[in-house]
Ligand binder design. Structure first.
Ligand code: PMP
Length: 455
């Protein structure tokens, strides 16, 4: 033992090799299906699905609630939940019934006509987030993209500002981190349309002086941010930071877009409602349709009034905001059922209590083993990070990334029936998650840590 994260890397390499061998023996059907027919780019349906700590990604047969049954018949407790897309649990019954009714009984998924569900969905979101007017998309990426366009149109400014090492979907402007002289491309950025410094300014999360400096250029249309970062571990806002962001953006004439795609875990109205934030625009995605593609953005009355005064903007055809399948009847039937019957305020209370049980248990294991790690919780979501205290911005959190350690923990858990999200150590609770599920993870993590510190 001992490097900075509290273990001997050579011993962990050997443990990872052992876990990979176990995985190989345990998953012959997934192994045999690798690469499919040979006609998939990267051997997978979407290139991200190749990311796995295992020698090959897992195939699955079915998923209900907090459980996935893999192709080899193992039942896994799922804390990944489709990296938030299944926050409502897999195939929750009310959503299944609403989708079957819409698509099968009534018929019609996409018609360029309206259904009653749209207005109901808008009202629920307005009640929960406090923004009066809503529009729908199919991905959070698109909700962000369209919000950015609206902000540029209203302000006449060219740039957006993001926090270093944030993630907001495949939005061109957002693949930027802080460089010595401003924004630079994030490592691996595939085919950026231009130098990101032309489109983007970057600040560190929790650093108001940095934000103020960047806004002082007077060219930022919108700050696009998560109220708590969730894509480089969980980085929580320090007291006063979010109020400072709001004051600085208002003073600079810059719109504030809260991306609540992941931070919805904080409660039914995300961090916006939980912390009484006052963004100009909120974006949502992934979870709100119970796994059926759906996303949304909400705008303030002020933004709506300013847009209404701009008849030059083509919002009904080829102006660059909207999409053919966005707001389709199937998607909205799923959103209505998921929000009203599955992701209810009561469900969030239960999910958050489980997440607290999870975080408290992990903290005990970390302290018991004397590991320099930390755990952060945001409502129904919690994540451990290999540094202590918890990082206060994206750059510090990125520096604590330890892929070897992540591989070890992911594989150890997966081989024993627990699934974490492949991109990080995030664990999310859904309405079907139980105390026993949380305790299973804690018991296994305890075993993995014992092996780690004993090595
Ligand atoms: N915003 C945030 C905060 C996200 O975490 C993600 C995806 N991880 C997105 C937007 C984009 O979501 P999608 O890939 O569904 O467009």
């Amino acid at each position: 033992m001992n490097d900075q994260a509290g273990y001997d890397p050579r011993a962990v390499e050997a443990m990872v090799a052992q876990e990979r061998a176990t995985y190989l023996a345990r998953n012959p059907v997934s192994a045999a299906r690798q690469g499919g027919t040979g006609n998939l780019f990267g051997g997978v349906p979407m290139t991200w699905l190749a990311k796995s700590a295992a020698p090959f990604p897992l195939h699955f047969e079915g998923a209900f609630g907090a459980r996935v049954v893999d192709a080899d018949g193992h039942e896994l407790v799922d804390f990944c939940l489709g990296d938030t897309g299944a926050m409502a649990g897999h195939s929750p019954l009310p959503t299944v019934e609403a989708v079957a009714r819409r698509y099968g009984t009534l018929g019609g998924a996409t018609t360029m006509l309206l259904t009653e569900d749209a207005g109901v969905c808008g009202s629920i979101l307005a009640d929960r987030f406090g923004l009066p007017l809503w529009s729908f998309a199919l991905t959070a990426t698109d909700a962000n993209r369209w919000s950015i366009r609206l902000a540029r149109a209203l302000t006449g400014r060219s740039k957006i500002l993001v926090n270093s090492y944030s993630y907001h979907g495949s939005v061109d402007e957002s693949f930027a981190v802080k460089g010595p002289d401003g924004a630079v491309s994030r490592r691996g950025n595939v085919g950026p349309p231009c130098d990101v410094a032309r489109t983007t300014r970057v600040a560190e999360f929790n650093d108001l002086a940095d934000l103020e400096r960047e806004l002082a250029h007077g060219d930022v249309a919108a700050v696009l941010m998560e109220p708590a970062m969730t894509n480089m571990g969980i980085v929580l806002p320090e007291p006063g930071y979010l109020a400072g962001v709001r004051a600085l953006t208002r003073a600079a004439g810059t719109l504030l877009i809260n991306d609540e795609t992941h931070t919805l875990s904080a409660g039914p109205g995300g961090c916006t409602a939980a912390w009484r934030l006052e963004p100009d625009i909120v974006t949502l995605g992934k979870a709100i349709g119970g796994g059926i593609p759906s996303a949304a953005y909400g705008i303030s009355q002020d933004v709506a009034d300013r847009l209404a005064a701009r008849p030059d903007l083509d919002l009904v055809d080829t102006g660059g905001v909207g999409g053919t399948l966005a707001g389709n009847a199937l998607s909205l039937a799923a959103v209505r059922a998921t929000l009203t019957e599955v992701l209810t305020p009561e469900a969030f209370v239960q999910m958050t209590a489980l997440s607290t049980r999870y975080a408290t248990g992990v903290e005990k294991i970390i302290r018991g083993a004397g590991l320099p790690w930390s755990i952060s919780q945001l409502g129904a979501r919690a994540e451990y990070r290999f540094t202590d205290p918890a990082p206060r911005n994206g750059t510090a959190s990125e520096a604590a990334t330890d892929l070897l350690l992540e591989d070890y923990l992911h594989l150890y858990l997966l081989n024993r029936g627990v699934l974490l999200t492949p991109f990080h150590n995030m664990a999310l609770m859904c309405p079907a998650t139980t105390e026993a599920d949380v305790d299973l993870h804690l018991g296994l993590l305890g075993g993995a840590v014992d092996q780690l510190v004993g090595a």
